[in-house]
Design a protein around this ligand. Structure first.
Ligand code: KG4
Ligand code: ZN
Length: 333
């Protein structure tokens, strides 16, 4: 029944999606390449590019979905967490669109949406399930009791897993965002070539800053002995780093699944696009007898389809916000 237009602009992807009765009809993602030269997302530039991209992205999403502006029943948008200047563009657009067309507005938490992306697929996890949510800004193990009843049972105390990928790639002289490049190089490397330490953090929390430092020292010491070290061993370094990050994540996930006695296990967030992590989780799932849920690639990194599906489930609950809503850089689950 409802046709929802969804907007995502929390970081450096401008995305618009249309969903009809929970089925995704379009998912347009405009990537920002401007940040490559800076080695990371420059917030001011990100918001300016969102400003340029938002209207064309929405027009394309409507076109791809073969619906007109008049068909839209509600507008869902990412309220947070994210970069404030980036969020402002999407929130302002959503509010303006809803105001002009007298439509209800639906706020969506970006981190909840990464998890709810699993409800786009035909085969869905059963509540309660555990979700390992790994992105550029977050690393969490979430106990998902219902669509909007989620409890973070473990999280990073410092860097996020994606940040560890991106910082490693920066050390290796690769452009931003480094995660996909670590992944690509790792496919030709030996994951056991180098051993990086596994942090000993109690409970289900994570830490990646020590790993980053040990990678930095490892590269520095080896380059001092052999200036060609990185070029000659790129694939092995990437494969070894990827394996360590994946084992840190999966060991905690296994401990959490055991303690909570849960067998439906999901993966979400940009780092869930990582081949080593996907393969590692699939293998662990087989060994543990889990039902493993891994999103399609296009729903791993930031996208508005996940905002649309989250918006759809809020629509069903009549959970709307008014025009006074403002973005939140930090937004708890
Ligand atoms: O969820 P996301 O698109 O944006 C945030 O909300 O942060 O996640 C982006 C993160 C970046 O750190 C990026 O390097 C990482 O996801 N990433 C990957 C891969 N694709 C994206 N990391 C490892 N392997 C990949 N294939
Ligand atoms: Zn994200």
């Amino acid at each position: 029944m409802p046709i929802i237009l969804a907007i995502e602009s929390s970081c450096d992807e401008t995305s618009a999606s249309v969903c009809a009765d929970g089925a995704i009809l379009s998912n347009v993602i405009a990537n920002q390449t401007i940040h490559e030269a800076y080695g990371g997302v420059v917030p001011e530039l990100a918001s300016r590019v969102h400003q340029q991209n938002i209207v064309p992205a929405v027009q394309q999403a409507l076109l791809n979905a073969k619906v007109s502006k008049n068909d839209i029943d509600a507008v869902a948008f990412t309220r947070g967490p994210g970069l404030l200047g980036s969020l402002l563009v999407g929130v302002s657009f959503a509010k303006a669109f809803a105001l002009a067309r007298k439509l209800p507005l639906i706020e969506v938490n970006h981190m909840q949406a990464h998890i709810l992306a699993h409800f786009i697929a035909d085969v869905k996890p059963q509540f309660p399930f555990l979700c390992l949510t790994v992105s550029g800004g977050h690393t969490q193990i979430v106990l998902v009791k219902d669509y909007f009843d989620m409890e973070v049972i473990g999280q990073t105390l410092d860097d996020a897993a994606g940040e560890a990928m991106d910082k490693t790639s920066k050390i290796l002289g690769l452009p931003y965002p480094g995660g996909p490049l670590i992944d690509k190089n790792a496919r030709n490397g030996n994951p056991d070539a180098y051993k990086f330490p596994e942090p000993q953090i109690p409970g289900f929390d994570f830490s990646f800053s020590g790993l980053k430092t040990s990678i930095l020292y490892f590269i520095r010491d080896n380059v001092a002995k052999n200036p060609e070290f990185i070029e000659q061993n790129m694939a092995d370094i990437c494969a070894s780093v990827e394996k360590r990050i994946a084992t840190i994540l999966l060991n905690k996930l296994k401990a959490a699944a055991t303690q909570y006695g849960i067998k439906d296990i999901a993966l979400a967030g940009g780092v869930s696009a990582n081949t080593g992590l996907r393969e590692g989780l699939t293998a662990l799932g087989k060994q543990q007898g889990w039902n493993v849920f891994i999103p399609k690639f296009e729903y791993c990194t930031d996208n508005a389809a996940m905002i649309a599906i989250a918006g759809y489930h809020k629509f069903l609950k009549n959970d709307f916000v008014d025009q006074s809503v403002a973005p939140l850089a930090r937004m708890p689950m």
